[in-house]
Design a binder for this molecule. Structure first.
Ligand code: PLP
Length: 397
């Protein structure tokens, strides 16, 4: 028999898997499932990017590249970051197969057994797994009583972090809440990071998808340049999830260390995909605006539809997710599911919602925040309406 390492046995399989397994099972039985659980835009990759990828393949860009990524792409990324007020040379950037790999490499570079990492809850599911795989310990700050905003919870963050804290992960706009943190909140983060000498990851993968606000990049704040690692990627803004392209930018010493892991594991991101990335950064503003406008309309639609059922949500200002409070739903109160202590209420709600209403969502407990379900509104208006109607009809709102 095989013996597995602690670093893997201490990680739970993703709670979202149970939901997608149920969804697949129902679909295989011929049922129509409204899937509001997905974390990806429902638009095709814009044509100019697809063409650039095909052209690059035709032109023979099919071999290995420099481990950190082709220089033209890293220079284009440096320019994009400069537009956001972040000063990085191409040498301070590593191009990765997705932002997920970037985050993985950073956590591996910085976190050893027993190191403390602070998360703002609800937090994207993979942060916890990455920290645990590195042997780190988590300190979690709950933002759910603050409408998922950070500014009102700064005192809680101050209580949670200390000189022992190695790393803080900030994700604005946030998956799963869609919250965009205010400048005052980011300044609060800066003050604590400087006081306790904490390195901060700023995961900005949803930065391009916002509604009437433009989020500040944490690394632009005074005192943050040499302690911030900025992560971004192409999956969400350019609808390129399957292409696997992302990057991180940070102090050169971090890049040198993480670069060893990068070169000895993935070698590099895919060559022709990197060429498509150059095109995405150069010529896709219009398509990004169109997709963002569509997400904003859908956000408004879902918020309005929920309000018609007397459900108030914290209105997201970015990304394409929102948190639906589920503790109070009729279906949950009527069932004895909530008495099952091995399962959080929101998990029971999500399982019930998919079984009874055939609507798939993700339980908030997967993000560290029980009592909610995450809805992704990266779906057509028709499907969103259908989903909300079904939830209401089955007593889930
Ligand atoms: N960070 C956050 C907050 C995300 O939601 C995701 C994707 O769901 C990622 C990072 C990783 O994206 P990718 O690896 O596709 O670039």
């Amino acid at each position: 028999t095989m013996e597995f390492t602690d670093r893997l046995t201490r990680v739970e399989p993703s709670a979202t898997l149970a939901i997608s397994a149920l969804a697949t099972e129902l679909e295989n039985e011929g049922e129509d499932v409204v899937d509001l659980s997905v974390g990806e835009p429902d638009f095709p990759t814009p044509d100019n990017i697809v063409d650039a990828g095909q052209d690059a393949m035709d032109a023979g860009h099919t071999g290995y590249t420099t481990s950190a990524g082709i220089i033209d792409l890293r220079e284009a990324i440096a320019e994009k970051l400069a537009d956001d007020g972040l000063e990085h040379t191409a040498d301070e950037i590593i191009v990765t197969p997705g932002a997920k790999q970037a985050l993985y490499e950073i956590v591996q570079a910085l976190i050893a057994e027993g190191d403390e990492v602070a998360l703002l809850d609800p937090a994207w599911v993979s942060y916890e797994a990455m920290v645990k795989m590195a042997g780190g310990d988590l300190t979690r700050v709950d933002l759910s009583d603050a409408d998922f905003q950070l500014e009102p919870a700064l005192e809680d963050l101050a209580d949670a972090v200390s000189d022992e804290t190695e790393l803080l992960i900030v994700n604005s706009p946030s998956n799963p809440t869609g919250a965009v943190y205010s400048d005052a909140a980011l300044e609060g983060v800066r003050d604590l990071a400087v006081e306790h000498d904490i390195t901060v990851i700023s995961d900005e993968i949803y930065k391009e998808i916002t509604y009437g606000v433009s989020p500040t990049s944490l690394g632009t704040l005074e005192g943050m340049a040499d302690r911030t690692i900025t992560v971004n990627g192409f999956s969400k803004a350019y609808s390129m999830t399957g292409w696997r392209l992302g990057y991180f930018a940070g102090p050169e010493e971090l890049i040198d260390q993480a670069g060893k892991l990068h070169s000895h594991s993935v070698s590099s991101a895919v060559n022709f995909v990197q060429h498509a990335g150059i095109e995405a950064l150069a010529n896709t503003d219009e398509a990004v605006t169109e997709m963002t406008d569509a997400f904003e309309e859908r956000r408004d639609l879902v918020v309005d539809l929920l309000a018609e059922h007397d459900v108030d949500v914290a209105v997201p200002e970015g990304a394409f997710y929102m948190m639906l409070p589920v503790d109070d739903s009729e279906a949950l109160r009527a069932s004895d599911a909530s008495d099952d202590e091995s399962r959080a209420d929101d998990q029971a709600w999500c399982e019930g919602a998919i079984e009874d209403a055939h609507v798939a969502t993700v339980p908030g407990s997967a993000f560290g925040t029980p009592g909610y379900a995450r809805i992704s509104y990266a779906a057509s208006e028709e499907r969103l309406e259908e989903g909300i109607d079904r939830l209401a009809a089955e007593g889930y709102l």
